[in-house]
Design a protein around this ligand. Structure first.
Ligand code: 3PG
Ligand code: MG
Length: 395
């Protein structure tokens, strides 16, 4: 893995085409979480300090090659201007006349946002003509969109082959953190994988058991593993047709010397709702009409011991139904332990994936992890051991 950074490039008087991921949540015409916007500020400032003009390329939603007014990037302008502390101009189209005109009007230090790249079908098709139209707007390409790097699109992949290219500051930080967690980590390494289904995380589990020393499995997918071992889980969410697959993963783990940690005690309830009456039972003692909604305290203690024995933690997915109390208890307690060990300098902790970040924010400890990725799908594909096209194109 080798790529250039902003430090290696000349931006003086040049137009930098900066691919960012500002695919942020919006409600009633307002950005409700500006995290992704705030994260691009160091890249923009660094280019400005080197005398460059900053043209932001981004997608927003999934308009599928059509102009969909509700998916205009214009809605992000106030949040962008607030984050950058300066005026940001806007062009109605990311290629052609409007884009060229807006770029021609720029002075060094200016920032211009181009309209949603996905308004053109050529973006997702990685059409060479689309990539060439984008590339024609500037002299240097900077990819700062790790969270969109799993897409081989014109603005994330094609364009990188057409001009001098480098990684932005956020891309650099993501790649460094991920390398410290799975590429060349301090051992032992523990991975926590939770969430509802085994079927969506098969490749991920298969890759992890070969790379980590301990794998903690939580959430609904743990039930599937319990079933695969002949343990009944009552009315719990479980993919019974995935039992063979789960057994194959267990066998692969054993061969690779990866210790799998499943819940030994569980919190069960008869209703999936906040405050539902619940009890803690042994993993094999879920009543036939009850559902497992969280891992129990003995399991949490065992997880804390594994964390303490490890030097690196990589986390994707909650351990229980964290959105409804009190079934967030195991996730909160394990997250708090990880945060404590990280603060003590004992553990490098990296987390990513949509639900994971929400769960850690809810636990109030996200700020104490070594690194929280802004990526959802890209983080998962990276955990699966896949090469991300947007990253590969920078190499
Ligand atoms: C995301 O929000 O995960 C990224 O921006 C990628 O979006 P996509 O899943 O629509 O490609
Ligand atoms: Mg996505």
């Amino acid at each position: 893995m080798s790529w250039k950074t902003i430090d290696d490039m000349d931006f003086n008087g040049k137009v930098a085409l900066v691919r960012v991921d500002i695919n942020v949540p919006v409600e009633a015409g307002r950005v409700t979480d500006a995290t992704r916007i705030e994260k691009i500020v160091p890249t923009v400032k660094a280019i400005q300090e080197k005398g460059g003009k900053v043209v932001l390329l981004a997608h927003f939603g999934r308009p599928k090659g059509q102009v969909v007014p509700e998916m205009s990037l214009r809605v992000t302008l106030p949040a962008l201007e607030a984050a950058l502390g300066q005026k940001v101009s806007f062009a109605e189209d990311c290629i052609g006349g409007p884009a060229k005109k807006a770029v021609a009007a720029m002075a060094p230090g200016d920032v211009l946002l181009l309209e949603n790249t996905r308004f053109h079908a050529g973006e997702e098709k990685n059409d060479p003509a689309m990539a060439a139209s984008l590339a024609a707007l500037g002299q240097v390409y900077v990819n700062d969109a790790f969270s969109a790097a799993h897409r081989a699109h014109a603005s994330t992949e094609g364009i990188a082959h057409l001009m001098a290219s480098c990684a932005g500051r956020l891309m650099e930080a993501e790649l460094k953190a991920l390398d410290a967690a799975l590429g060349d980590p301090m051992r032992p390494v523990v991975a926590v994988v939770g969430g509802a289904k085994v079927s969506t995380k098969l490749d991920l589990l298969g890759n992890l058991v070969e790379k980590v020393n301990h794998l903690v499995i939580g959430g609904g997918m743990a039930n599937t593993f319990l079933v695969a071992q002949g343990i009944e889980v009552g009315a719990s969410l479980a993919e019974r047709d995935m039992a063979d697959t789960a057994r194959a993963i267990l066998a692969k783990a054993e061969e690779a010397n990866c210790a799998i940690h499943l819940p030994t005690d569980v919190v069960v309830a008869r209703e999936f709702k906040a405050g539902a009456a619940n009890q803690t039972v042994a993993a094999g003692a879920c009543p036939a009409d009850a559902m497992i909604l969280d891992a129990g305290p003995a399991t949490v203690t065992a997880i804390a011991d594994v964390f303490t024995a490890c030097r690196t933690l990589i986390w994707n997915g909650p351990l229980g139904a964290f959105e409804i109390e009190p079934f967030d208890a195991a996730t909160n307690a394990a997250a708090a332990k990880a945060a404590e060990l990280t603060k003590a300098g004992h553990l490098t902790s990296v987390a990513g994936g949509g639900d994971t970040v929400a769960a850690l924010n809810k636990a109030g400890v996200a700020g104490d992890f070594s690194y929280i990725s802004t990526a959802g799908g890209a983080f998962l594909e990276w955990m699966e051991g896949k090469t991300l096209p947007g990253v590969a194109a920078l190499g």
